[in-house]
Design a protein around this ligand. Structure first.
Ligand code: ADP
Ligand code: ZN
Length: 746
């Protein structure tokens, strides 16, 4: 059977995803494979499909018991015979599995690495026909990786001991150069085909939110998505307990998971989540390894993870079925202070003296990468991809940053007042006293402490308290202030030397949603993009059917069908077996098993809703890969003739230019132009660049830009502070006009 045919028959998919075909063909031709594919990219198919087509039984070395059990269940549901061996089985059960495998009853056998040495296993391996050995989570073999497992080193001995060397396939989601080299060397791969699919996960929406009330945000987020599955990751067990309790008290059926719980309880909670009995799980990062649930629609991070690798792996547990899903990181300056503190006090007792510095350096770098991610105004997706070595030019238009407009305000002068005030307190008071003093609040407590007689009392009277809070947060981050870690923390001066440099700027960022960002926040409709209201009701009907089928079989609902499959089923609304088989994710086995009952459910739905239209995407192929959320309007451009109305009037600041361009544009159905768009354009052309002096980021002209006549101009902020912004000469204005399609009349 050819691979594409097998892909449809067993897995129900019409086409391979990126990388899958190369991997499958290499293995079938006898070549080793080293595949780096992010979570959700579809690694399993790469070795399960060859396993079906090769004679004998394929060994899959997999580190986690729950993962094995899940995979075997899913394979069985697809009509593929498979078994597993791990410590959860009795000796008698294990013997039976070996016997079955030897009798040719399995196409795949999952084995925990610890088993590889046992005499029973070695006897089995010597007698069996093993064409392919697959190493899942292959990075566990590298001592450089974060999850090194010594038992993985035994895999090589096993391969060497087999009568005929099998093809070896190594699969992992995370691999730096070092780890990749390690995997190839330690496993002694022979001229392996390197498969890398790229790290982008198009169906994921990334966002970072700076929120003060994280609990309220989480509660609101979860409540808006009562039918969707989600994970809330917290940094510590304590905060898992707290957030979990908060949700439960508010009436949300939330599961809880961390390593401090009894194993049985942990397992029960995990199952409640996996079997869709509880929609949300609040967990530490101990949760997720080995959880294959494909219909997770969102992953919230209550705290910032310690590295991008961790973040991408955890966030990547959303949307494995390829349907749209969201990954939102809740950011607070407080978290960063805590992370830095923990790092400074990290225990390195068992580490050789000469390595400590390097390790500290590495950890600090990881933290900085995350911090930058949380604070960038650029495209979040591109930031992640750049970190993993993929350069992108165009912003994705489908992340939080791309849908938000940032403004930066220079608050250097105000910052100096804060410094003066903290100086006057001699580091004795906390944030509220300092704020109240600077704002000139009339409070008895300030009288009592005498801060009303400070020179800085009322010095920042014109500011709002929120703005001032943001400024202090920024100053804490920049290191100009520090906060003690006592029960009642006080503010003290940090390293303020850089503030004496006249070039230093303290920039405070604020953001506004773009007008057209509405689609990003609309809950529920998102997961079922192409569906109409009726389509969504059908989707609900099918979900209920799935839950019923899963309950009868004792498997998790996503093993029956993924969300994506149910969405496609709602779009196509098949009325006969042939049409049912055409649904993405429906193979032969599943058609036989579930066709009748799902078709009956669909029939009943249409009997009740005659003529219902379930999909808005009539003209398009509903099986096409998930599209980026639709924006009703096209990008900003000018209509012919618009440019004639443009007033060349000396050097425009970017904001003035934006206003002028928006004024003259008569193009229909296009988005408004934002200052950020222009800044991006100038940056892409190499006319301006980010200047990171003084901790903040603002844009200055490059040499090329200066040659083009880019200048800077001092403008006044709302609070009366001067700061500089790029300006565009007439020449640049003309280039920009041309870029947006304005035919200049000249
Ligand atoms: P990984 O192991 O890389 O995290 P999986 O193998 O679990 O990813 O696959 C992720 C999801 O993608 C699963 O729900 C799987 O059924 C689905 N999938 C895999 N290959 C395809 C394909 N060619 N077309 C559509 N869906 C696919
Ligand atoms: Zn983006």
């Amino acid at each position: 059977m050819d691979p594409v045919q097998a892909l449809k028959q067993y897995f129900g998919y019409d086409s391979f995803r990126t990388g899958q075909r190369e991997a499958v063909e290499a293995i079938l031709s006898g070549r080793d494979v080293l595949a780096v594919m992010p979570t959700g990219a579809g690694k399993s198919v790469c070795y399960q499909l060859p396993a079906l087509l090769l004679p004998g039984v394929t060994l899959v070395i997999s580190p986690l018991i729950s993962l094995m059990q899940d995979q075997v269940k899913a394979l069985k549901a697809a009509g593929i015979a498979a078994g597993y061996i791990n410590s959860s089985l009795t000796e008698a059960q294990i013997a039976r599995v070996y016997a079955n495998a030897l009798a040719g009853r399995y196409k795949l056998l999952y084995v925990a690495p610890e088993r590889l040495e046992s005499s029973g296993f070695l006897a089995f391996a010597a007698a069996a026909e093993i064409p392919l050995v697959t190493v899942d989570e292959a990075h566990c073999i590298s001592q450089w990786g974060q999850d090194f497992r010594p038992s993985y080193l035994r895999i090589v001995d096993l391969i060497d001991s087999l009568p005929r060397r099998p093809v070896v396939g190594a699969f992992t989601a995370t691999a730096t150069g070092e780890v990749k080299t390690d995997i190839a060397c330690v496993l002694k791969l022979r001229d392996p085909l390197s498969v890398a699919t790229g790290f982008d996960r198009e169906n994921l929406f990334f966002d970072v939110r700076t929120v003060k009330q994280k609990d309220a945000f989480v509660l609101d987020y979860v409540k808006q998505r009562p039918d969707e599955s989600g994970i809330v990751y917290c940094a510590t067990r304590k905060s898992v307990d707290a957030v979990h309790e908060m949700l439960v008290n508010a009436g949300v059926e939330a599961a809880r998971y961390h390593a401090g719980m009894e194993q049985a309880e942990r397992k029960a909670e995990q199952d409640d989540f996996i079997y869709d009995r509880k929609p949300v799980v609040v967990a530490t990062n101990a949760f997720g390894m080995g959880v294959d649930k494909s219909n997770v629609r969102y992953v919230l991070h209550y705290n910032m993870p310690q590295s991008m690798e961790n973040y991408y792996q955890e966030a990547g547990r959303a949307g494995r079925d390829g349907a749209p899903a969201s990954c939102v990181l809740l950011f607070s300056v407080q978290d960063i202070m805590i992370d830095r503190y923990l790092l400074e006090h990290k225990d390195f007792t068992d580490v050789p003296e000469e390595e400590i510095e390097a390790l500290r350096e590495r950890d600090l770098k990881r933290l900085r990468v995350m911090e930058q991610y949380c604070r960038t105004t650029g495209c979040l997706r591109n930031y992640i991809l750049a970190y993993f070595g993929e350069k992108r030019e165009a912003p994705c238009e489908a992340c939080g940053s791309c849908r938000r407009e940032f403004t930066e305000t220079d608050m250097t002068q105000e910052a100096k007042q804060v410094v003066n005030c903290v100086y006057e307190t001699r580091g004795r008071y906390g944030l509220n006293i300092v704020l109240g003093t600077l704002l000139g609040a009339k409070r008895a407590r300030l009288e009592e402490l005498g801060t009303v007689r400070y020179k800085t009392y009322g010095a920042l009277r014109g500011l709002s308290e929120d703005t001032l809070r943001s400024l202090v947060s920024q100053m804490l981050l920049d290191g100009y202030l520090t906060k003690s870690d006592e029960q009642y923390p006080v503010l003290r001066l940090g390293d303020i030397a850089p503030l004496k440099d006249p070039d230093t700027r303290v920039l405070v960022r604020s953001s506004a949603e773009r007008e057209d960002a509405g689609g990003a926040r609309k809950p529920r409709a998102r997961a079922a993009d192409p569906l109409t209201k009726a389509g969504y009701r059908l989707f609900e009907v099918l979900r209920a059917e799935r839950r019923a089928a899963a309950g009868e079989e004792g498997v998790p609902p996503y093993v029956v069908f993924s969300d994506k499959t149910l969405i496609d089923m709602s779009v196509r609304a098949p009325r006969d077996e042939a049409a049912f088989l055409a649904v993405s994710g429906v193979g032969e086995a599943k058609r036989r098993k579930y066709g009748a009952r799902f078709l009956a459910a669909i029939g009943a739905f249409f009997a009740e809703n005659p003529g219902a239209v379930t999909s808005i995407d009539v003209g398009e192929d509903p099986a096409a890969p998930a599209k980026k959320p639709k924006t009703p309007k096209g990008p900003f451009r000018l209509a012919p003739g618009d440019a004639d109305r443009f007033r060349f009037d000396g050097a425009y600041t970017v904001s003035e230019l934006r206003d002028e361009l928006n004024r003259i544009s008569s193009a229909e159905n296009v988005k408004k132009l934002y200052a950020a768009d222009l800044l991006r354009l100038l940056e892409a052309w190499g006319y301006i660049e980010e200047n990171r002096r003084g901790g903040g980021a603002f844009q200055i002209p490059t040499e090329k830009g200066i040659a083009k006549g880019i200048g800077t101009e001092q403008v006044l902020s709302r609070t009366g502070v001067a700061y500089s912004v790029p300006t565009c000469s007439a020449e640049v204005q003309r280039e920009i006009l041309a870029h947006y399609g304005g035919e200049s009349g000249e």
